[in-house]
Ligand binder design. Sequence first.
Ligand code: DX5
Ligand code: ZN
Length: 224
Amino acid sequence: MTRTVRIAPSILSADFADFAREIRAIEDQGADWVHVDVMDGHFVPNITFGPPAVKAFRPHVRTVMDVHLMIAPVDPYIDAFAEAGADILTAHVEAGPHIHRTLQAIRAAGMRPGVALNPGTPAEAALPLLDLVDLVLVMTVNPGFGGQAYLDMTGKVRTLRAAIGDREIHLEVDGGIDPGTAPGIVTAGADVLVAGSAVFRGGSVEAPEVYGRNIAAIREAARG
Ligand code: DX5
Ligand code: ZN
């Protein structure tokens, strides 16, 4: 079966002084979604941006703003991210003891809920949550930084794809995705590929065609 594969560049690898033009550049060059990595220096050892920054990105995103929360706790910030204009809001299953409540609150706030799994968390942790989510994110690095080495999660992705069955749930992978790693994980069942370094490498807003070539290379490789 052929499944449409979406490429979601992570703006963690963009020029932090120029987000508006960077978002324009990746969308013009074929990005399907824009992936926004929110880190709190507590759930992960790095700090990026909060709701005001996400709100500032909003008017520049014409596709889908895919917001990946690497924060704990999540619940106190859900309304702020809704107001900031997130389309998809993904919370980690490891981020708190009440994940069902979190996912319900994300839906109630008008966003599409996603649940993320760290590499050390088994597929089974997401199985009781499939009726509550529009997306499952399988991390293929330990979250916190761009440019890390890929961890093979094909078994986990295969298990989740089988469990998802014919439900309309995206299966996203994030970390170390490039033309070399994309084919295996797409064959296993991933349909949204987040890529930071592999999209932004070698390009800039002055040379956006490089982003286009990088995105096309991942898409081509994923096609097999
Ligand atoms: C990692 C982030 C990723 C990261 C991916 O914590 O969630 O989205 O930006 O970067 P690459 O593609 O460089 O591994
Ligand atoms: Zn991410």
